[in-house]
Ligand binder design. Sequence first.
Ligand code: MLT
Length: 394
Amino acid sequence: MKLNEHFKDIAESYLFSDIAHRVNAYTAANPDKKVLRLGIGDVTLPLAPSVIAALHGAVEEMAHKETFRGYGPEQGYAFLKDSINEHYKRKGVELDSDEIFISDGAKSDLGNILDIFAKDNVVLVPDPVYPVYVDTNTMAGRKIIYMDATAENGFLPMPDYSVDADIIYLCSPNNPTGAAYTKAQLKEWVDYANAKNAVILYDAAYECFITEDDLARSIFQVKGAKTCAIEFCSFSKTAGFTGTRCGYTVVPFALERDGMSANKMWLRRQTTKFNGVPYIVQRGAAAVFTPEGQQQIKQNIAYYQRNAKIIADCMDELGIWYTGGKNSPYIWLKCPNGMDSWQFFDYLLENIQVVGTPGAGFGANGEGFFRLTAFGSEEVTKEAVERIKGLLKK
Ligand code: MLT
């Protein structure tokens, strides 16, 4: 027996597990200190009332012989897929409901989708990047090449035709930098992918934070995307499902290579390895698309947007360079006083007990940067900002 030797090529623990261990060690050693967590992008507001009502209703259905459900369709119930389809229509995107697959979250599908791709594909990712794209491909032994996302290109790398790639990851609005592609910029990526016979794995988990109309809310708003893109979406950041788990992935019928359909392959993969998201959770997710649900989640998103502004205003006041916060729940800032990412992490934790995410954890170009999340409570965000000002104000 041989274990997968490619695990030797990834860091011993996942970035956010590593941070959690460090913070837990600090709190164990300093039990009297109140730690404020603006690190992992985990939401803090409860689920919307209409989601809770739908969850309760579905639990009740499970209590009666007439309405009880066992195994559901692996790719999700029609009631939820149809609601998502309507949601896409409102964004000007026409889909077939069978192009939509319900999952337990974007992270799982971003990793699992690799089952349908050959091992010798070359993977192109931006640097810095959400670590899941790199770690999952490294585990599978794929070759990864990086494109620089820097302050100079607004953390939005554009295609370079001298580079040959097969699988391209784009995340917009971006985790960790908060930068978001316009539709015109995404069109350039779609043209590149179609020209290179490549596929774009498009992570749209933060789409609900977009406030500007020229920015893309879905890659399928761009002409030509259906022959080269798969889109990953999540209820986590949109509707507070980080602990409830539900997402969806769009695999267009038009995405085919060598006579093989990516949609059929993904269906085959899911029916084999996945038994679907719980009925109760899918009922909760469907409630997000009702008029009341939409109104309620918009209030929650607005709350996080206000937190983002509180953090951004603090950076303005301190004269610290940053991006994000506007179309994104993340503020990506330059570490002050020449500190590197982990030095700044320790400096904040030890002096003011504020936890953020070191930019270096997202890749080499993240070194010297730091990410703060707007998903904390308003109270924690305000207190963290006051502590940061107290520490860094000259
Ligand atoms: C993050 O903090 O980057 C996110 O929580 C990661 C995720 O959604 O998995």
